[in-house]
Design a protein around this ligand. Structure first.
Ligand SMILES: [Fe+2]
Length: 341
């Protein structure tokens, strides 16, 4: 992991390297290397400017939880940049870190803790809009901001991971989407106080490099590039994603260019059960090789503290979460693509 310790002329810090653990780089492929910790000064929150701009764009009554993707993302981005220049400076700095090769950026204190939850939704929404084109998180109300809170199993509507308190193993998000969102952010309204709910993160480029070092790893990469595997698209999304197969299955590679990794092991297994003809011995071995590497090497594993935020390159990084028991844990999640040219 990289910890940011220096300051540039604008007051935002620059990067320096910090490994998580004492594992020699040649053994690990340094799977924490693209992960950055921004020890930023508190963002002098321009919350009221953000709220005014969003009210002008969406209507005076709009709540942070109701915000939908803007009709014209570039226009809203421009308006927000004008009304919240310090936020623009922060997001420019985040962008620079990604351009320099970061795949995950932690900020331990964003400076929103004194605001009401819905104002915080609006602030992180504005931050995401400045970084990219936000996407809807569900197809019914088209909400962008998703409240990640544990729900009783029978009340879980959309996602097994974001509404559960169990471990979320390493995965990438939106694996059913033709081109998954390049980025997503998680903001902690309330971190788990039970010692669980830790964020886990791995640099997928380092995972690839480590696989390239062994014969089995090289075969796994080739098989998972050449073999598209079945993934079930939920009914509500089939038309949108152009899926015409009667059983709603689409076929995508696990390892490619954009995204580099499309890894949601439970969904892959579900697809192989429905289409056993795809579960060849070489596919099985390739999946096991990647899964073993993910399970047996350390990555970043740390709490996302209350008022902290992590922004992740979903095309490159694997992420997950440890189990927790504190049911007051509450995060906000927003996904976004790179801004359209
Ligand atoms: Fe996720």
């Amino acid at each position: 992991m990289t910890r940011i310790t220096h300051r540039n002329r604008r007051g935002f810090p620059m990067a320096s390297a910090l490994m998580d653990g004492n594992i020699p780089e040649k053994l690990t492929g340094d799977s924490t290397r693209g992960i950055v910790e921004l020890d930023t000064e508190k963002w002098a929150i321009e919350g009221s400017s953000v709220e005014t701009t969003l009210a002008e764009y969406y209507g005076a009554e709009v709540g942070g939880s109701q915000l939908s993707p803007p009709r014209d993302p570039a226009e809203l981005r421009t308006r927000l940049r004008e009304s919240a220049p310090r936020l623009a400076e922060l997001t420019d700095h985040i962008r620079t870190q990604f351009d320099d090769g970061a795949c995950g950026i932690f900020i331990s204190k964003l400076g929103l803790a004194h605001l009401e939850v819905d104002q915080r939704r609006k602030a992180v929404f504005a931050l995401a809009v400045m970084l990219g084109d936000v996407t809807e998180t569900e197809p019914v109300d088209h909400r962008v901001v998703w409240d990640v809170r544990p729900q009783e199993a029978e009340l879980r509507k959309f996602s097994m991971f974001s509404e559960s308190d169990t471990e979320a193993a390493y995965h990438t998000d939106s694996t059913i989407v033709p081109i998954p969102e390049r980025y997503f952010l998680l903001y902690a309204v309330q971190q788990a106080e039970c010692g669980g709910g830790l964020s886990t993160l791995r640099d997928g480029r380092a995972v690839k490099e480590e696989l390239e070092q062994t014969p089995d790893g090289r075969v796994a990469l080739r098989v998972l590039t050449d073999t598209a595997l079945p993934v079930r698209i939920p009914k509500a999304f089939r038309k949108k994603y152009g899926v015409t197969a009667k059983d709603g299955y689409s076929y995508v590679p696990v390892f490619a260019e954009k995204p580099m990794w499309r890894w949601r092991k439970d969904k892959i297994e579900q697809g192989l059960v429905a289409h056993p003809e795809c579960a060849t011995p070489e596919v099985r071995k390739a999946l096991d090789t990647v899964a073993d590497l993910l399970a047996n090497r350390p990555g970043v594993r740390k709490p996302l503290p209350t008022d902290g935020i992590v922004i992740i390159d979903n095309h490159v990084a694997f992420h997950g979460r440890t189990a927790f028991t504190d049911l007051k844990r509450h995060l906000l999640r927003i996904r976004f693509q790179e801004p359209a040219a």
